[in-house]
Design a protein around this ligand. Sequence first.
Ligand SMILES: NC(=O)c1ccc[n+]([C@@H]2O[C@H](COP(=O)([O-])OP(=O)(O)OC[C@H]3O[C@@H](n4cnc5c(N)ncnc54)[C@H](O)[C@@H]3O)[C@@H](O)[C@H]2O)c1
Ligand SMILES: CC(C)[C@H](C(=O)O)[C@@H](O)C(=O)O
Ligand SMILES: [Mg+2]
Length: 352
Amino acid sequence: MNYRIVTLPGDGVGPEVSAAAVEVLHEIGRQFGHQFQIDEQLIGGAAIDATGQALPEASLEAARQADAVLLGAVGGPKWSDPQAKVRPEQGLLALRAALQVYANLRPLQVHPALAELSPLKNERLQGVDILFVRELTGGTYFGAKQRGKDFATDECRYTEAEIERVVRRAFELARGRRRHLTSVDKANVLETSRLWRSTVQRLAGEYPDVVVEHQLVDSMAMLLLTQPSRYDVVVTENLFGDILTDEAAALAGSLGLLPSASLGEGRNALYEPIHGSAPDIAGQGIANPVGTILSAALLLRHSLQLDAEASAVEKAVDHVLSKGPHSRDIGGEAGTDEVLTAVLKALRNNRH
Ligand SMILES: NC(=O)c1ccc[n+]([C@@H]2O[C@H](COP(=O)([O-])OP(=O)(O)OC[C@H]3O[C@@H](n4cnc5c(N)ncnc54)[C@H](O)[C@@H]3O)[C@@H](O)[C@H]2O)c1
Ligand SMILES: CC(C)[C@H](C(=O)O)[C@@H](O)C(=O)O
Ligand SMILES: [Mg+2]
């Protein structure tokens, strides 16, 4: 089959890690007889420099038409002036909103070979397997913003329909796993969280086979570190999900390891590692490409229904995490290219 993939490398390490993931797609194409037609487009700071806009119309149009979109990362010090009129991150938010990819899936597992990198004791990491479902197109990120002379506001707004669609998705995903759903909110303080909680309670009646618990976000931040193996599917609003998943990445050993899939109702979907442009290591060829390569695996599975191909990529990554080489963020010395080469070799040695 022939598939059209739009890549949005973006800024900092974004181009480095997305190039690695594209190589993996091409290797999969050779082995399984697919053609991945790659259409590279601008987003973020790179797009601002070239066009003045963080998400040029051509990039959005290509993304809409594609079979799937793979993004590196956006942002960096060059574009971070608080007075700046246009910011790289606006491009990413506009893309998520335009594609209506409201459910951001962020799976987290702890690879046994990396458990010692985690600040947590090894025994606490046994059996950790969490699927975060982060609401991605509502809340504070998209509410009205106001800046006065000496004040600023960010409105947090959710409609019941926005909550319902992402929570339903989380219930459905829980059904395919261990049938346990943790909904995270701040219902003791926030009105949006009270709407969130009552919506989850209402929907729970339709999923009697799924055990539901509610957890306030502050204690959840603690419980993720003290009892991470208790959790199966965790659903939460946009900002809480952003913060909790970076925290949870520490369990796995590095932010550079975690992939994500952003899905909506239609065929549009966006795949990106959860990390940012990592300006502190950009341009050095040392970024960990694993989070982006695993995002490409999610792309194969969710957008192209290529399950065997997705599993082949995951198996190859698993092999490299077991045997090395490892990039610096996970205690090794390998550069991005060495890790990529090892993944490609593991893929070739796999007989499917
Ligand atoms: N999806 C995105 O595009 C995205 C996500 C998060 C942050 N950002 C942007 O990235 C910029 C930097 O933000 P930040 O520093 O808070 O977060 P960051 O995720 O870029 O980096 C945090 C830390 O993790 C390390 N790290 C991240 N990815 C890595 C990788 N692949 N391999 C090895 N180490 C890695 C970095 O070196 C850094 O020490 C900001 O402009 C922010 O807005 C973009
Ligand atoms: C870059 C930023 C807008 C983004 C977010 O907050 O959603 C990032 O942190 C992420 O987790 O994808
Ligand atoms: Mg984030």
